[in-house]
Ligand binder design. Structure first.
Ligand SMILES: Nc1ccn([C@@H]2O[C@H](COP(=O)(O)OP(=O)(O)OP(=O)(O)O)[C@@H](O)[C@H]2O)c(=O)n1
Ligand SMILES: Nc1ncnc2c1ncn2[C@@H]1O[C@H](COP(=O)(O)OP(=O)(O)O)[C@@H](O)[C@H]1O
Ligand SMILES: [Mg+2]
Length: 171
């Protein structure tokens, strides 16, 4: 038995605005993961800064926060037995030229515009996934997930709700 791991994916503003990129990204997500939660939001600069607080001292922090609060972003809680690593592998390298050169068919390789505007975010560890999911989905209960919902998403029956872009219990 292999339990589902969760990761937070964020589709960044330039990708949400690009219908070709967005539909491609949504397709690969839907084909590889169970989508546990989806939400479209905008962030103010303070919230974006808190989310990326680990990068506060970096030279790119200001532009990152400005960019991330510049338009709609799509939040997805993704489930897979290897969700964190799988999503980051699908993203490809953080830096866009590296992505284009070393992994041209990764999402960042295909749709990245710059090192800042690199298509999407993915949690980098189990601890950061928990923090990031709690950050955007404060009502999400990890207790409930481990005791109940994880099994439902692993064994079903679930169906994909296109309108919500989310898997839901099949009634
Ligand atoms: N001290 C610095 C300054 C810049 N860079 C790199 O140089 C890239 C190009 O910088 P810039 O031209 O400012 O990027 P933009 O094309 O404007 O794109 P963005 O701001 O979206 O990254 C940066 O993204 C960063 O990876 C770096 O490594 N160290
Ligand atoms: N050298 C850089 N220049 C500009 N922006 C950067 C740079 N490095 C990282 N960023 C931005 O900050 C985000 C967070 O950085 P990091 O956590 O190191 O990468 P990742 O998103 O791959 O986990 C990146 O996705 C990117 O948008
Ligand atoms: Mg990161």
């Amino acid at each position: 038995m292999c339990k589902l791991q969760l990761s937070l994916a964020i589709i960044k503003p330039h990708a949400v605005k690009n219908p070709v990129a967005l539909s491609y990204i949504r397709n690969v997500i839907k084909n590889k993961f169970v989508v546990v939660k989806t939400k479209r939001v905008t962030l103010d600069q303070e919230t974006a800064g808190n989310f990326y607080i680990e990068h506060e001292e970096k030279f790119f922090f200001n532009r990152l926060v400005t960019f991330m609060s510049s338009g709609y972003i799509d939040l997805h809680v993704l489930g897979h037995r290897n969700a964190i690593q799988l999503w980051r592998t699908m993203l490809g390298p953080t830096k866009v030229f590296k992505a284009q050169f070393e992994d041209p068919y990764s999402l960042r390789g295909m749709f990245g515009l710059s090192d800042t505007r690199n298509v999407a975010h993915g949690s980098d560890s189990i601890a950061s996934a928990e923090r990031e999911i709690k950050f955007f989905f404060p009502d999400f209960s990890f207790y409930e997930w481990h005791t109940n919902t994880e099994q439902l998403y692993r064994k079903g029956p679930i169906i994909f709700n296109k309108h919500l872009f989310q898997h839901v219990r099949k009634l």
